[in-house]
Design a binder for this molecule. Structure first.
Ligand code: CUA
Length: 176
């Protein structure tokens, strides 16, 4: 019968043998390599978002999005305004429980600064089917420098759980 209070048979209490020391050393070196990869990848991995970041009052951001929407509005879809900003402009997108506004119409090959922020809680900006992920945090304005290189229709999906309507929180970007 196996029991926790009966010492197991074997020689486990003897000092580590050569093989064990070797494997512990290999594992330790590997840990150090992975540890060093973190700062290396941060600096050289090319995975950090390009752009600017600043603090913003959520109410001021909502007002900014509304001004932007009125300025470049070209239509409406299911009650959500469709906006076509000129190439090179500052583009504003608002995440709030539980929608993305406005719907953006962008030009292929043109550059924009896409501002993301939230009016209430944390949301997640996932552009489908492109592998773009970004946290959308109230109080912070993230300005991403983007140049759409593919025409088509893209879905914005919220990938940060934000309440009862989280699964309904989708938006749209079209590139023509
Ligand atoms: Cu917004 Cu989940």
């Amino acid at each position: 019968m196996h029991s926790a209070i009966v010492a197991p048979k074997g020689i486990w209490w003897k000092p580590a043998g050569r093989q064990e020391k070797l494997w512990v050393t290999i594992a330790f070196i590997w840990c150090m390599i992975l540890f060093a990869m973190m700062p290396f990848w941060h600096l050289r991995g090319g995975q950090n978002a390009s752009g600017i970041r600043s603090r913003v009052d959520p109410a001021a951001y909502v007002a900014r999005v509304e001004r932007f929407t009125q300025e470049y509005k070209v239509g409406e879809e299911n009650g959500i305004p469709v906006v076509a900003p000129p190439p090179g402009s500052e583009v504003y997108l608002l995440g709030r429980m539980w929608s993305w506004s406005p719907i953006l119409k962008l030009k292929q090959g043109a550059s924009y600064t896409l501002h993301l922020s939230s009016a209430d809680v944390n949301h997640g900006f996932h552009l489908f089917p492109v592998n773009v992920n970004f946290q959308v945090v109230p109080g912070y304005d993230y300005g991403l420098r983007i140049t759409p290189n593919t025409a088509g229709e893209f879905r914005i999906i919220c990938n940060e759980f934000c309440g009862i309507g989280h699964h309904l929180m989708t938006g749209k970007v079209t590139v023509e």
